[in-house]
Design a protein around this ligand. Structure first.
Ligand code: MN
Length: 157
């Protein structure tokens, strides 16, 4: 686990949306520092954790062909799609998702989001400030996931 202290933040009362899933004073960052196991996705931190809320609120924006890393970890995610549509695979189940749908990713559950319906997709994601690093699938994990032909077709890694 990382040990990032949660302290009071300087987050203003309102962070105005500027259009196009950009927020006043919020820098657009790479999804992850490096790697080729994801595509066309950016990250913005809307709340870094603080007060009695030890959680980050992040916004992830995907281009029309984007996808997140196929991964699992001990921490959970709570996601709300805020724009666009696509699919998510959670624990071997693939679901269509669109605006205002809510996705719960429990601990140690394989998951991957894809903006695969011809339009960008943006989602907000709540995650604990103190969390473990994501694990990527081993060859054995991939063999297990690919037992289901739909999952085999879906996943990118
Ligand atoms: Mn994750």
């Amino acid at each position: 686990m990382s040990s990032k202290a949660v302290e009071a933040t300087d987050v203003p009362a309102v962070q105005s949306h500027l259009g196009g899933c950009r927020w006043e004073g919020v820098p657009v960052m790479p999804y992850k520092e490096d790697g080729t196991h994801f595509k066309s996705i950016s990250r913005q931190i809307l709340y870094p954790g603080g007060h009695d809320l030890p959680v980050e609120l992040r916004a992830f924006q995907m281009d029309a062909d984007g996808y997140s890393t196929l991964e699992r970890h001990n921490h959970a995610h709570l996601v709300m799609i805020v724009q666009g549509q696509g699919h998510v695979m959670v624990g071997g189940k693939i679901k269509e998702i669109g605006m205002l749908d809510v996705v719960h990713v429990p601990p140690m559950t394989w998951h991957q989001f894809k903006a695969d319906k011809g339009e960008p997709m943006t989602f907000a994601c709540v995650v604990n400030v103190e969390r473990d690093r994501p694990q990527r699938p081993t060859e054995t994990d991939l063999d297990e996931l690919c037992q289901d032909p739909a999952v085999k077709e879906y996943i990118r890694y």
